[in-house]
Design a binder for this molecule. Sequence first.
Ligand SMILES: NC(=O)C1=CN([C@@H]2O[C@H](COP(=O)(O)OP(=O)(O)OC[C@H]3O[C@@H](n4cnc5c(N)ncnc54)[C@H](OP(=O)(O)O)[C@@H]3O)[C@@H](O)[C@H]2O)[C@@H](O)CC1
Ligand SMILES: Nc1ncnc2c1ncn2[C@@H]1O[C@H](COP(=O)(O)OP(=O)(O)O)[C@@H](O)[C@H]1O
Ligand SMILES: [K+]
Length: 544
Amino acid sequence: MDVVTAEEMRAFDRDTIGRLGIPAIALMENAGRAIAEEVIALCRRRGAGGVGGARSDGAGAAGRGAAPARFSVSADAALTLAAAGGEHWLVLAGKGNNGGDGLAAARHLREAGIAVTLVYAAAPESLAGEAALQRDAAAAMGIPAVVYGRDALDLAAGSGIVDALLGTGSAGAPRGAYAELIAAANASGRPIVSADIPSGLDADTGETHEPCIHAALTVCLAFLKRGLVQYPGAAAAGRVVVRSIGIPAVLARESGVRVSLLTPEVLATRLRVDLSRHRSPEGHKGTYGHVLLAAGSLRMSGAGLLSARAALRAGCGLVTWALPEKLLPYMIGSAPEVMLAPVTGGDGEWNAGTAAEVLRLSASRDCIALGPGLGRFEGDTEWLRRLWEETDSAMVIDADALNILADAEYRTWSRRHPVILTPHPGEMARLAGVSTAEVQRDRIGLALSYAVQQGVILVLKGAHTVIATPEGQAYINITGHPGMGTGGAGDVLTGIISGLLAQGLEAVQAAAFGVYLHGLAGERAAGKRDNPAALIAGDIIEAL
Ligand SMILES: NC(=O)C1=CN([C@@H]2O[C@H](COP(=O)(O)OP(=O)(O)OC[C@H]3O[C@@H](n4cnc5c(N)ncnc54)[C@H](OP(=O)(O)O)[C@@H]3O)[C@@H](O)[C@H]2O)[C@@H](O)CC1
Ligand SMILES: Nc1ncnc2c1ncn2[C@@H]1O[C@H](COP(=O)(O)OP(=O)(O)O)[C@@H](O)[C@H]1O
Ligand SMILES: [K+]
């Protein structure tokens, strides 16, 4: 599923209206209808009634011997509500096209028998174009309207609110009447259905301005907007339904939209990942590849252990874990399936001299993962540079190895293989030289620009992890669980991605599929606990 910016969305609108000749009012009608259908479905779910008994094709009355019906007039089930009597929706309308969508929805709601009151944020006379046509149609139907600031208004008096104040044309924090209406709607305690995006949300970054609508449901029109998949916007939007309004989906494909939701369909078709993870009947451990892991130090040995075990659970044939020799006696038996390769490190810490040993080990391995529990040490930049420049296989870089990179000018390092970086927001901030808040402000935008600029595959972790490629493509993962916010969960991800790389997946495939599987396993693991707060990283491995 494509994820677009407001600017891309405007280009598709223009193309549909200008080049294809589909009238703007038709798109607005479709939008209004889609919003109304979702409001009606919501009313139905909360018990206002089933699909109306509005079939007038005689089917119900057609007893034995009754004459066959001559006409078949079927009611539009999606726009019908049997017991609409208790419903009264307030439609908050801004003066732009988002408001026009809301006004079109209001007519359909009224048709379904739902009481509707329009609440204009600005003088109705200030509406223009298609929105003005919708204003006039609603007035001609006799739908009651109030103007904010002029008429008395109690938003809690209705049974629900349609938020059609601001959409993709919104700029900056809501002002004046818009801000006051948003605050009042949030305070009303009534469910809010937002048209396109919650008013007050930045459609591109997911930042929520003060104030921003907190919707129960967002009916996103035509294409998913970036702001709806990035937190905190993703939370403000509630449940998100994307509805087609007559803008052909192919426009996004043709224009090269760069961001997609990481659905199973995207994994299978765009990324060509074999979701079945087929294993040949005659396969053996050599078929599924060998991971070399350089990780763990005296106080963080568990990080290496988690990565190593996760790589095996991801299906690779063999894992060799290179670790400072002092750790060896403690690790023996902790994971019998993992091979241990001690490198010089009598104090249990890594040192610059181990680069040659790791390089030797890597020669016969299919990929290398560096970083979990590594610690920092004298000469670590040169250590990483040698591995980076001289390793032949794909590389996953995590944790302290990312902090080493953050202190280096690694753009100038030569390289023969793809590199996957897996920072959490704090590590990303150090890599990009910005604050963590700045990273979180626009995760997609930052991940894309960093991946392109540095020529790496970037996995920016956290809720809705972003996978960005050097070619400027990004995928937004939606598997996962808040219970995964626990020490070591990232080490598990490093293991999974390297386990997939070893099996021959391309670097982007391994990064994207690894993040997806990690999230699924986290969901399953959380579901097995009395409370997801009890989840620990090892549970994610066991749920793979
Ligand atoms: N044919 C089409 O184009 C289609 C459009 N579609 C729909 O249109 C939406 C986009 O419509 P849009 O471009 O008219 O902008 P919209 O979001 O209604 O807001 C503009 C208005 O808000 C005002 N305003 C802005 N910022 C503000 C602030 N901070 N605080 C207060 N006011 C602010 C601004 O006022 P101004 O600053 O100009 O005085 C202007 O009046 C899109 O999300 C979708 O719902 C779809 O149905 C598909 C077909
Ligand atoms: N709220 C959440 N929703 C989904 N995934 C999450 C959430 N919180 C954390 N995660 C995932 O858990 C992992 C945590 O990684 P990280 O912060 O590196 O942990 P550690 O350094 O302790 O291994 C990441 O893959 C992240 O995406
Ligand atoms: K809105």
